[in-house]
Each structure stands twice: as structure tokens, then as C-alpha cells.
Design a protein around this ligand. Structure first.
Ligand code: ADP
Ligand code: MG
Length: 462
């Protein structure tokens, strides 16, 4: 019953919001502007006197709030007769789409039945994460071709499981979901099951604690043809869940069902991952995705510009692509920012305008990164507590991570030496300088340290 009430509310909000959008559309005139700012937006809920509206990302939310906030508020008050005094934006990562529950057509006669592929958790799929939207370059072509092969012939190649690993923001989820889209569009599987390892863990725990019915949990995966598990590094140290996963995994592989995994590092480098699981992963194909080269980054930007119908000169594309080097997600963030401003200023973005925007972009990125964030990330990475980083022990197991954290605080934030020292247990600024020097030397001399620092930077950059 509660669900019924909730659904009624949702459709009431939908009605109100489509009224608002009609008016906004009239006011804005320019359909491009309208799409950029209001396409896919929704009225999520009303809390007392506040209307909460979804937005694709923070930049868009900011622009909409600043420039159209009072317009929206006015329409809500006057047209929808709502007693509202403020609006608030919430970033919704996934464009909210109706959940497509594919119900098999039971009434049809046997010979007429066309099995549409069922995709479990399709509401977590991005519609754009398709093969045709993926730019192939040196850094990802192995992964791309392997993914395409298993999508075409799931369970029939030796790429089983297919494990795609690489740092964050390089297209692992994109490729994985492309396999799901392909299987659905081309009907190469009857049932595709997508789940993040994090959700898998949660669901399993749920079954364990409330239902105490592990077999029922296993049963969910029984008739799956393609199993996609995203970010398996979240299974680190989770012994019971790993055991359960092992059972499901073995069963499916034995039945020649296709499994695809993604991970932010090589599976054997995931801490506390059971040996037998790792050897199962290794029996298939493991491919990595590396950061794309400049040429590929430019192609990615060009593709986005084309699909968003904007003109950006080669000079501008090259400049943008040269600014963000290690993370495609961040590159897209920059693109969105440039797009928003170009639409808003209603002019083509020249190199000067982009340079100016970029100063803001880098500043915002720097401000988001705090010493605390660095301490927590480094502590987690080395499996120590953040308190130990601030304490005064000199054991190498702590001193080394501490020096790295200090070095990262110095290079990734704008904090003064003194502030950094204070936040690391009230150390002197000369200690900070010493730690930075030491790590700089190690980066130059030891591959191990340079690799760790790179990994940490990527995690912190999100
Ligand atoms: P990961 O799962 O590795 O963290 P995602 O798959 O979420 O990364 O990718 C981050 C963003 O970058 C997504 O919007 C994705 O579409 C985009 N992206 C990554 N690689 C490519 C590529 N080669 N071509 C086009 N877009 C890409
Ligand atoms: Mg991902």
C-alpha cells in the first residue's frame, strides 16, 4: 500500500513538473539551451516549503539555480499553486528512467513468442554506454574487442570470465554495460544480470541476516546467461560473500554462461581475495584499460561535441584534451562546463574563453581535495588508521604512508606548509619539506613508489 501512495505522489510530481517545463520551454525559446539545462530534469519531491529538483550534474544545477531559480519558483507558486518558498537541486548520477521490467508475453502462442532479453537492474544502465559511443584507441582496444566478442557470443569464447581492470574513470563500466546493451539489442542472451559488487555484498548480507536463506540467493542467478559484476575490489576481505560468489561463479562457468568482471586493479592485487577465486578469474581473459593518449582524448571530446551539436575548433579540442590526462570522466566534466558556458553565452568557445574557464575548473578541483580526504584515502590504501598518520610513531609501516600523505597534501591542495604540518599531528613545517623531498626522490628512483603515488592520485581525483 505504501508503494501505491508513493507512486501516486510520483505521478503528481511528474504532472506538476511537465507543466513547469512547458512554460520554461516557452520562455527559453532556444531548444538547445532548454535541453542542456532541463532535459531529463525531474521534480523529485516536496519537503515542506522546498521543491527538490534533480539535475544531471553540479555545474548544470548551479547555472539553473542562479539563472532560472526564481522563474521556476514563480511557476510552481502561481501555476501549480504550491506553497513553496525555495527550490533545491540534487545531483542524480543516473538519468532517472522508467524501470523496464521485461515481462514475457505469456498469452501468446508458443511459436509467436519472441524472447526479449531480460536485463536485471537495467535502471542502473546508462543508455549512452554502448559500443558505438566508445572511442577505441591504443589504450583500450584489447578490452574493447574482447568485450565485443563476448557480447556477440556469450559463453562461447575462452574469454570466460572476462575481467577488465584499470583506474577509475577509464571506461570499465561503459564497456561492461555495452555488453549488456548489445546482448539485449541483438538478442544474444535471454537474461543479463548487472550488479555492482557493492550491491552484491549488501544483498547477500541482507539475505544472510534477515532471510537466512542462502540457497534462495543463489537461485537468483540460476538462469542468468550473462553476469556483469562491476568493481569487484569491493569484495576485498569479505570472506563469506566471496564464498557465496565462488559458488555462483563456478556454477555459471560450468554451464558455459558468460561472466564479466571489472576491477580497479589486477585481481591478484586485491587485498585478501581468496586464492581459489583469483585462480578462477585467471582461467579466463584479463585485460586492462590504460589512460587514453592525447589523440584518443581528442576523439572522445569530438564525439561528445558532435552528439551535443556543438562546434569546437581543433585548437580548443586539443587544448582541453591536453589539460585532463588521466581520467575520461574528468575530461567529460570539463567538456560539460565548456558546453554550459558556450550555450549560455550563446557564442562559440574560443581558446581564450576556454583558458579562463579552465582556471576555475582546476581551482574547483583543487578545493574539493582536502588534507582530510588525502589522509583517509592514504590510510585506507595502506590499511592503517588515519590517526596513525597524525601520530608520532616512526615505524616504517606508518612513516612511509605518512610521508606520502604529506607529499600529496602539498601537491594536490593549496594549503600552506604550516597548515599541513598542523594537520599531521602538529609537525613543524621543515618536517613537511623533508617528507616531500624524500617522496620526490623515491618517485624518481623507485618504480614502486611512483606507482603507488599515481594510484593514490587517481583515487583522490575520483
Ligand atoms: P570506470 O568504470 O572505469 O570508472 P566509466 O565507464 O564510468 O569509468 O567511464 C567514465 C566516463 O568516461 C563515462 O561517461 C564514459 O562514457 C566515458 N568514457 C570512458 N572511456 C571512454 C571512451 N573510450 N570513449 C567514450 N567515452 C568514454
Ligand atoms: Mg565504473
Amino acid at each position: 500500500m505504501a508503494l501505491g501512495v508513493q507512486n501516486r505522489e510520483v505521478s503528481r510530481y511528474e504532472n506538476i513538473w511537465s507543466d513547469v517545463l512547458l512554460t520554461v520551454k516557452e520562455v527559453l525559446k532556444n531548444p538547445q539551451t532548454y535541453d542542456a539545462y532541463f532535459g531529463q530534469s525531474q521534480l523529485l519531491r516536496i519537503e515542506e516549503k522546498k521543491a527538490v529538483i534533480s539535475s544531471r550534474n553540479e555545474i548544470i544545477a548551479e547555472v539553473v539555480e542562479e539563472h532560472y531559480g526564481s522563474l521556476i519558483l514563480n511557476i510552481l507558486k502561481r501555476k501549480a499553486k504550491l506553497d513553496i518558498s525555495e527550490i533545491h537541486f540534487e545531483t542524480v548520477a543516473l538519468p532517472p528512467k522508467p524501470i523496464i521490467e521485461v515481462v514475457k508475453p505469456v498469452e501468446k502462442k508458443q511459436e509467436e513468442i519472441h524472447h526479449e532479453t531480460e536485463v536485471v537492474n537495467i535502471h542502473q544502465f546508462y543508455d549512452e554506454y554502448r559500443f558505438e559511443n566508445f572511442v577505441v584507441g591504443d589504450s583500450n582496444q584489447m578490452a574493447y574487442h574482447a568485450a565485443l566478442s563476448v557480447a556477440e557470443a556469450p559463453g562461447m569464447t575462452s574469454f570466460n570470465p572476462l575481467t577488465i581492470y584499470g583506474k577509475t574513470g577509464l571506461g570499465k563500466t561503459h564497456l561492461m554495460q555495452a555488453i549488456g546493451h548489445f546482448a539485449k539489442d541483438e538478442n544474444t542472451a535471454d537474461k543479463v544480470y548487472y550488479i555492482t559488487a557493492f550491491d552484491f555484498l549488501q544483498r547477500f548480507m541482507d539475505f544472510l541476516h534477515t532471510k537466512r536463506d542462502i540457497p534462495a540467493f543463489h537461485k537468483e542467478f540460476e538462469d542468468v546467461d550473462i553476469l556483469l559484476i562491476d568493481d569487484i575490489q569491493f569484495l576485498a576481505k569479505k570472506d563469506k560473500t566471496q564464498e557465496c560468489f565462488y559458488t555462483i561463479f563456478s556454477k555459471l562457468i560450468n554451464m558455459n554462461k558468460q561472466i564479466i568482471l571489472t576491477s580497479d586493479r589486477l585481481p591478484e592485487e586485491i587485498p585478501h581475495m581468496q586464492e581459489r577465486l583469483i585462480s578462477k578469474f585467471k582461467s579466463g581473459l584479463t585485460v586492462d584499460i590504460k589512460p587514453p593518449k592525447l589523440k584518443t582524448r581528442m576523439s572522445i571530446l569530438k564525439k561528445k561535441a558532435n552528439s551535443d551539436n556543438v562546434q569546437l575548433s581543433n585548437e580548443v579540442l586539443k587544448f582541453m584534451a591536453s589539460q585532463v590526462t588521466t581520467n575520461v570522466r574528468a575530461l567529460e566534466g570539463l567538456f560539460t562546463k565548456v558546453l554550459a558556458h558556450s550555450i549560455f553565452a550563446n557564442k562559440e568557445m574560443d581558446i581564450e574563453a576556454v583558458k579562463e574557464l579552465l582556471t576555475d575548473f582546476n581551482r574547483e578541483r583543487k578545493e574539493r581535495i582536502t588534507i582530510e580526504l588525502i589522509q583517509n584515502t592514504v590510510a585506507e590504501f595502506f590499511e592503517i588508521s588515519a590517526n596513525q598518520l597524525r601520530a608520532h610513531t616512526r615505524k616504517r609501516a606508518v612513516a612511509y604512508p605518512r610521508n606520502i600523505a604529506i607529499y600529496l597534501s602539498r601537491t594536490l591542495t593549496k594549503q600552506a606548509l604550516r597548515t599541513i604540518g598542523l594537520q599531521f599531528g602538529g609537525r613543524d613545517y621543515s618536517t613537511v619539506i623533508y617528507a616531500c623531498k624524500k617522496i620526490e626522490e623515491e618517485i624518481a628512483q623507485k618504480q614502486e613508489t611512483s606507482k603507488i603515488v599515481d594510484q593514490l592520485k587517481a583515487i583522490i581525483a575520483g
